[in-house]
Ligand binder design. Sequence first.
Ligand code: HEC
Ligand code: HEC
Ligand code: HEC
Ligand code: HEC
Length: 374
Amino acid sequence: MKPHAIKGPLRLLALAAVALAASGCERPAEQKAQTGYRGTGMIDYQNPHLVAAKKAANVVPPAQPPAPAVGPPASQVYQNVQVLGGLSVPQFTRLMLAITAWVSPEQGCNYCHEGNNLASDAVYTKVVTRSMLRMTQHINSQWQAHVGQTGVTCWTCHRGKPVPSEIWFNHVDPPRARLAGNNARQNKADENSIGMTSLPQDIYETFLLGDANIRVTGTEALPYGNRSSIKQAEWTFALMIHMSEGLGVNCTYCHNSRAFNSWATSNPARVTAWHGIRMARAINNDFLQPLQPVYPANRLGPSGDAPKLNCATCHQGVFKPLYGAPMLADYTELAAPVPAPPPPESAPFEPPVEAPADAPASAQSQSSVGAPAG
Ligand code: HEC
Ligand code: HEC
Ligand code: HEC
Ligand code: HEC
């Protein structure tokens, strides 16, 4: 039946149904916030439905009750403690409970431990966790230019799952016919596709593992050299779309789009982001990539590389992870490395003041101080 065949009251009814359906799926009014000077059009837009969902997904679990720093350090009580030796036994146990709740709440202690032999390193996840502990302490103590005093805990990335929801592997080119043109690593659906665009898909290894130049705007009238080409700009734009999506913000959260390259008209958040790019590179190179030999094959990427992080691993669609909840304050042992005290020195030999009565004569004569002669 052609639309114009509907007549009279039936037609009115059909129109009303269309209007109803259209209003039912109408987008709610956007929430707007001005992020730059007035008149610059730097407005951050948020969809209230998505904001509500994000708030629900960014809840911090209650902290474990505090534990006292009493008794001998863990390094002296346990057999195989290499990172947390400086904690007291109650503090150590509290952290084990916390990381179980943050990383493997369903699997429990045995996700990292082999049965009752808690000192064994047989399970690879325990070896990975040592690096994770060092990495977390390193981020919080060495990258305050990015994470500030808010910092990160295991929960920031893991959210109750052994494998964080946002990780990436090196892009592998799909098979293609010989003589087919070079697809420049774009225009193909892929798990690394950026924001449903056809932009390049190998941006993480290019910018967050490698240190390729991100700036593309020429600084002279007729820029030359490949880094300023339009093609190169596609890589930069793909990274920027990842950053916007990872943080759930528009470009104008950081830039005045009049001149994307101008720092003078950018927001302070862009400087934080600049440090974040360097931090992500350093963590991928110094902590995550080196874990490659530790992982079983099913955890590695299609080219055998280790899982790595990007902005979304911590941020998960929010401008500050967990909306800036100061979770680290309850776990100061993750704020910086905790040095283990040196093992107690074995008591220096002191000659007995009085030789025991049954000691042989030669020994008695050697023990000098205060020893009765003969
Ligand atoms: C996500 C991994 C992980 C989970 C889950 C975990 N642990 Fe651990 N555990 C470790 C790591 C890593 C070490 C070694 C720490 C170090 O080297 O400083 C360790 C060491 C220990 C030790 C010291 C053993 C020794 O003699 O060397 C004890 C005790 C312990 N854990 C108890 C527990 C208990 C109890 C649970 C469950 C509530 C638990 N752990 C859950 C990773 C984990
Ligand atoms: C900055 C983000 C980040 C933080 C913080 C972090 N992790 Fe991870 N973690 C990762 C990434 C990325 C992986 C690789 C995922 C994989 O194994 O496939 C990983 C892997 C792991 C694994 C291996 C899981 C598996 O099944 O292969 C364990 C266990 C783990 N982390 C424990 C921890 C603990 C405990 C902490 C806190 C001391 C922590 N992580 C902090 C990002 C993080
Ligand atoms: C979270 C902050 C942030 C967001 C959001 C962001 N950018 Fe950027 N942008 C940066 C930073 C930081 C640099 C400089 C990177 C560097 O030099 O390491 C940059 C660089 C650029 C450049 C290169 C400028 C030059 O000097 O050549 C362009 C172009 C650009 N961004 C476009 C965009 C676009 C388009 C969007 C939105 C899709 C966007 N950016 C979103 C932070 C951001
Ligand atoms: C290891 C976890 C982690 C990673 C990875 C990470 N960030 Fe962050 N980021 C944080 C934390 C934590 C804060 C909050 C700092 C604070 O409260 O001062 C933050 C804050 C920011 C802010 C400031 C927001 C504001 O409104 O002030 C920007 C912008 C930002 N990150 C951008 C990025 C970009 C871009 C990337 C990827 C290149 C990235 N971050 C990767 C943890 C991370």
